[in-house]
Design a protein around this ligand. Structure first.
Ligand code: BTN
Length: 324
């Protein structure tokens, strides 16, 4: 553990009380100067630390940042979060993880940003990523055939829904294929990008964009009316670090199930959360617009539409509008 981490974690363990410089330096085998240096460094990172000559140091405030040191505190995941790259601003976290994939970084490597200047959404759309959200991408090497990559999207979607529920008590729904909705408005989106050979995935970048505490005024119209934030839905700010940690825990647990061949339960849970089955829909794909009744999903999570002529059409990706 780094010196900074050990100083911070000791202060966190003793939150609310002072820890003397002497005991910090003794317990952590550091000189008093080394302790003082780390305290100053933590202050620069935005921590509030009260230093009292007679009493020592007391942690008074934690910055509202998705700092790796905060995410990793007491987080027992084996895969996700062992290696976290943090940025105040990036073009897109996806690009960074792709580079890391090519360099062979370990599975679970995470890239988190406070803001993205060129955030990307599905179907080549822009993804607005102002401060207050949770924007991250993670590197994965799933042992799946490329046609089963959607299992990861579905697993991520369920992990996110479970984490939102656990942290905020808010109940989400899913708009096919992977928009997370609260009160019928989009609160988060999931995206995967895959490099594969015909029979195996080489690497997969899993990304999530979560409108946690963003200022909705930053989202331009007409999009703004279709979007919500967890803060708006809950009526108070959510603890972003706590939410991200919970997502990572759920993701790890659910991914383990997929790796053990137990994807079915996750799939059932996802299907039950999906809105629009049985409804008349319009689906805009990259090539055309399809109208019909959404009747089911195939085994890979593609949408099955009954067309007017009675035939079924399977749609892999697209934007659904529910007509009635
Ligand atoms: C969607 O269109 O619903 C998917 C949105 C995915 C957004 C996330 S934010 C982190 C990562 N970086 C990006 O540029 N996009 C994804």
């Amino acid at each position: 553990m780094s010196t900074k981490k050990s100083v911070l974690y000791t202060l966190k363990k003793n939150r609310g009380s002072y820890v003397s410089g002497a005991s910090l330096s003794k317990d952590l085998s550091l000189t008093r100067t080394a302790v003082w240096k780390q305290i100053n460094q933590l202050k620069k990172d935005g921590y509030g630390i009260d230093a009292s000559p007679g009493l020592g140091y007391k942690l008074t405030q934690v910055p509202d940042r998705l700092l790796p040191i905060e995410i990793q505190y007491n987080l027992k995941t084996k895969l996700f979060s062992k290696e976290i790259h943090y940025f105040k601003e990036v073009e897109s976290t996806i690009n960074i993880v792709k580079d890391l994939a090519i360099k062979g970084y370990p599975e679970g490597t995470l890239v988190v940003a406070e803001t993205q200047a060129g955030g990307r959404g599905r179907m080549g759309r822009k993804w607005f990523s102002p401060y207050g959200g949770i924007w991250f991408s993670s590197l994965m090497y799933p042992k799946l055939q490329p046609q089963h990559a959607t299992r990861i999207t579905i697993t991520a979607c369920i992990s996110l829904v479970q984490a939102i529920d656990e942290v905020t008590g808010l109940k989400s729904q899913v708009k096919w294929p992977n928009d997370v909705l609260i009160n019928h408005k989009k609160v988060a989106g999931i995206l995967i990008e895959v490099d594969s050979e015909p029979d195996r995935i080489i690497w997969l970048v899993l990304s999530m964009g979560i409108n946690a505490n963003i200022d909705l005024q930053e989202i331009p119209q007409p999009l703004r009316t279709q979007v919500t934030s967890l803060e708006e839905a809950k009526g108070e700010k959510v603890d972003r670090v706590f939410l991200l940690k919970t997502i990572l825990k759920k993701l790890e647990k659910n991914y383990e199930k997929v790796n053990q061949g137990n994807f079915n339960k996750i799939f059932e849970e996802w299907k039950n959360l999906c809105v629009g089955i049985g409804k008349k829909v319009k689906v805009k794909t990259a090539e055309k617009t399809i109208e019909g009744r959404a009747i089911d999903f195939d085994t890979n999570g593609a949408l099955v539409i009954k067309l007017k002529n009675g035939n079924n059409q399977v749609v892999q990706a697209g934007d659904v509008t529910i007509i009635n």
